[in-house]
Design a binder for this molecule. Structure first.
Ligand code: ZN
Length: 397
């Protein structure tokens, strides 16, 4: 087997900090060099991507992906399908954390783990949380902590539902215990050890987390609440949580439309948080891709069912730049460096020698090319590497 090398030449690089016009060389799965006038090593199987006139950025980090499928509220016909490699890479995502949601009955953490391993084989930096909406939650071993310590791809607990009629309404004590499980597991295994929390549209909003912080010694960065752009009142709670030092995650698949009039557009939510004084180093974006996205009325009746979309992450970065004038280096933070910090993965979300070879090339609107783990998977707007058994793949090697 030969060693693969990729040279991304002549682009304007945002690492996310601006580096100017430099080349990037990946060798094997890693970035080997960043600088001017780089060349492919003669001993490698090399490929050059001409990025002149284009922007070059780190591959995107998505900490909330239902890659093993999800749902489906409304009946079995609404079960959402599994995602394949190119369902994420065509939209610039190179790191994904998979999770279960409402359905912890016909979907299992075991199945999610197997799916993550398939995606890793196919070239994605894929991980999972153990658990589902319910408390006591779903695990592979006897406890969430043991899952994190003993199972390679498990990095935290989630998504545990709070303030949601579909959850199990955990008490502050139960949440504090779960946070302790996640944190200690993370400490013992050298992993993120986060408790990733789905926040529904119940009137208690983030009150359960404020209660946990009052009654227990849970470090605030252990609990990562998401879907915080579901409504204005919830976003106001997110401001308070962020100003206390917590991480706040905005869902890019949530946006106002005819079915959901309460939602706040993701780029607008990021801007509102920042205007209120929450730094971009605490604001992250995630897609909820592959998950069922039901809209309920105030009585809890199902009005509409959609599916989370992976393209929304990069679109939100573009909107932060285009609509609010954020520099690319700033607009990229919530989709790269900030989630990488939450996940304690210093080797993704940035471009530097020694990090994973995840490089996104764009014209500022669309993904032009993508390198994932040192391999070109999208070239000139076309997917050139699909996952095993994806449509177009007729057999496995
Ligand atoms: Zn959720």
């Amino acid at each position: 087997m030969s060693i693969v090398a990729t040279l991304i030449r002549g682009g304007e690089v945002y690492a996310p900090e601006p580096l100017g016009r430099v080349d990037i060389l990946t060798v094997g799965t890693l970035v080997a060099a960043v600088g001017r006038d780089l060349h492919l090593p003669t001993w490698a199987e090399g490929e050059t991507l001409d990025a002149s006139g284009l922007l070059v950025m780190p591959g995107l980090v998505d900490q909330h992906v239902h890659f093993a499928g999800g749902g489906g509220e409304g009946g079995f016909q609404f079960r959402t399908p599994e995602l394949s490699l190119s369902d994420l890479t065509r939209y610039g995502i190179t790191t994904a954390v998979g999770l279960l949601g409402t359905d912890g009955t016909t979907r299992s953490v075991q199945g999610l783990l197997a799916k993550a391993r398939q995606l890793v084989h196919d070239g994605l930096n894929a991980w999972i949380y153990t658990g589902a909406y319910q408390v006591p939650t779903r695990t592979i071993t006897d406890t969430p902590r043991n899952d994190i310590v003993l199972i390679d791809r498990v990095i935290g607990v989630g998504e545990i539902a709070i303030s949601d009629h579909r959850g199990s309404h955990p008490s502050a004590r139960e949440l504090a215990e779960l946070a302790g499980e996640a944190r200690t597991g993370g400490l013992l295994a050298g992993k993120a050890g986060v408790l990733h929390l789905h926040v529904g549209n119940g009137p208690r909003r983030l009150a359960p987390l404020f209660e946990v912080l009052e009654m227990a010694d849970v470090p605030i960065d252990t609990m990562v609440p998401t879907h915080l752009n579901r409504s204005r009142p919830l976003l106001n709670d997110a401001v308070r949580y962020g100003l206390m030092g917590g991480y706040v995650d905005i869902t890019t698949s949530i946006a106002p439309d005819t079915h959901d009039v309460q939602a706040v557009a993701p780029h607008e939510a990021v801007h509102a948080l920042r205007q209120a004084g929450v730094p971009l180093s605490q604001i992250s974006l995630s897609t909820d891709a592959g998950g069922s996205a039901p809209v309920f009325d105030e009585k809890g009746h199902l009005l509409y069912l959609g599916v989370g979309q992976a393209d929304t992450l990069f679109r939100t970065v573009v909107a932060l730049h285009g609509d609010y004038g954020y520099d690319w280096s700033q607009a990229l933070l919530p989709a790269t460096q900030t989630p990488a910090k939450i996940l304690k993965m210093p080797y993704v979300g940035r471009i530097a020698e020694g990090v994973r070879g995840d490089i996104l090339v764009t014209d500022g609107h669309d993904i032009v090319s993508l390198v994932a783990g040192g391999r070109v998977v999208v070239r000139s707007g076309r997917v050139v590497k699909t996952g095993t058994f994806e449509p177009g793949e007729v057999g496995a090697r």
